[in-house]
Design a protein around this ligand. Structure first.
Ligand code: ATP
Length: 238
């Protein structure tokens, strides 16, 4: 704990005339749950797409464990210890739950078989649905399959893009406890993009706030909640 795992330094991303990220800098400390919030279009998903190397930034530097990420091609990002889930469910609908989890098994120098995938499904409470087609499952359960697929790669840094989207109140509570358990059991660092404020504020150690591509605040949940700039940009409208 304490050392920086991910360092985001002056990241700028432009899409034609749109500046999606404008010189964004922040650190994510090892072992932390780090929330990333901001209004629609603030640049949160774009930041995930930069960290996972889907987009190359126009400016800036990214480091994981003190080593540049920008030299790492997208297909090697998992080997560097980064896994993600997506805002919109991204499962192979006709494949079984187990097969979907195995798709995530491009690991760092260790082979993963069906036994590992089953153990992961057990961990997320889905062992009894391993052979079902993913599309047959309720939405909230499909989101857990996505989590299992990300976790099977044994990441050090897990990027969660709106994991609470579409979940009911009880499922959001369970998700929060699950993420806290992940950090405890798996020594994971989590970067969490989420619009569900009570979830972010409950489980995050640190929260960064983006607005129109700029980082306008960062601090503990209590500090961020009390920040007038944040209230004006975002929480005021919540
Ligand atoms: P939301 O909370 O609605 O998911 P966000 O904070 O994740 O929003 P982004 O999706 O990162 O925001 O979008 C930031 C800005 O960049 C928006 O203005 C968006 O329209 C623009 N943008 C994102 N991706 C692209 C792209 N591939 N091409 C053009 N513009 C893009």
């Amino acid at each position: 704990m304490g050392a920086t795992l991910l360092s985001v330094r002056g990241i700028t991303v432009r899409f034609g005339g749109i500046v999606a990220l404008d010189g964004v800098s922040f650190d994510v400390e090892r072992g932390q749950i780090s929330g990333l919030i901001g209004p629609n279009g603030a640049g949160k998903t774009t930041l995930f797409n930069v960290v996972t190397r889907l987009y190359a930034p126009d400016e800036g530097e990214l480091e994981l464990d003190g080593r540049s990420l920008l030299q790492t091609p997208p297909h090697r990002i998992v080997e560097r210890g980064i896994a993600r889930t997506f805002q919109n469910i991204n499962l192979f609908r006709s494949m079984s739950v187990l097969e979907n989890v195995l798709v995530g098994a491009h690991t760092r120098g260790r082979s993963v078989g069906a036994g590992d995938a089953l153990a992961m499904l057990e961990y997320v409470g889905l062992a009894d649905r391993a052979s079902m087609p993913a599309a047959a499952l309720p939405y909230g359960v499909q989101k857990r399959v996505e989590l299992a697929r990300a976790l099977i790669a044994r990441p050090r840094l897990l990027l969660l893009d709106e994991p609470a989207g579409g979940l009911n109140h009880e499922e959001v509570e369970e998700l929060g406890d699950f993420i806290l358990g992940l950090r405890r059991d798996h020594d994971l660092t989590v970067l969490l993009v989420e619009h569900h404020m009570s979830l972010v504020m409950r489980i995050s150690d640190h929260v960064n706030v983006l607005s129109f591509g700029r980082r306008i605040a960062g601090g503990t949940p209590d500090e961020v909640r009390a920040n007038p700039d944040v209230i004006e940009a975002y929480l005021g409208g919540d």
